[in-house]
Design a protein around this ligand. Structure first.
Ligand SMILES: [Zn+2]
Length: 160
């Protein structure tokens, strides 16, 4: 089988950031997949599943309520390696187009203290696997270390 595009990125030199992972055509519409990379691959500890799960629930809730992007959101969910998330938007976008959206989303996650939406047995397949405190922590870390002063090298995949 052919190696898929996301395995061609050199994860040894990839830093936390927001990257365009790929663009696909579905019918006439371009669909953009973003790599929302929270931890440095194979360098920092990965996130645990509980906080990944909490960020998934909160992030998806935020995005699907955002007035500007709600109708563009196809998917938001975790990478299996637990170093980040994929966001899929209908439309042809660059990373800089979603910087403000990601700042708003992670500010929502950073300050969130209420019951996590969908964290109940009817609405989720593993509702007790949640860690809101660590979700708050990773949101704070990503905002201050990456998003608030984001540079070009954290918006475009490294070459090599
Ligand atoms: Zn769930």
């Amino acid at each position: 089988m052919e190696k898929i595009a996301s395995f061609k990125i050199n994860h040894l030199i990839l830093n936390p950031g927001i990257y365009v992972s790929r663009k696909d055509k579905v019918g006439d519409q371009v669909v953009t997949t973003f790599d929302i990379r929270i931890t440095k691959p194979n360098f920092e500890p990965v996130m645990n599943t509980a906080e990944v799960h909490t960020i998934e629930h909160l992030g998806a809730t935020f995005l699907r309520n955002d007035e500007k992007f709600r109708d563009k959101v196809v998917y938001f969910g975790p990478m299996g390696c637990r170093t980040g998330f994929y966001l899929i938007l209908a439309g042809d976008y660059e990373s800089k187009d979603i910087v403000e959206l990601m700042i708003s989303m992670f500010e929502f996650v950073r300050h969130y203290q209420d019951p996590v939406p969908g964290a109940n047995p009817r609405e989720c397949g593993n509702y007790q696997d949640m860690n809101l405190a660590m979700a708050n922590y990773y949101a704070e870390k990503f905002l201050t270390e990456v998003l608030y002063n984001i540079t070009e090298d954290r918006l475009v995949y490294p070459e090599g």
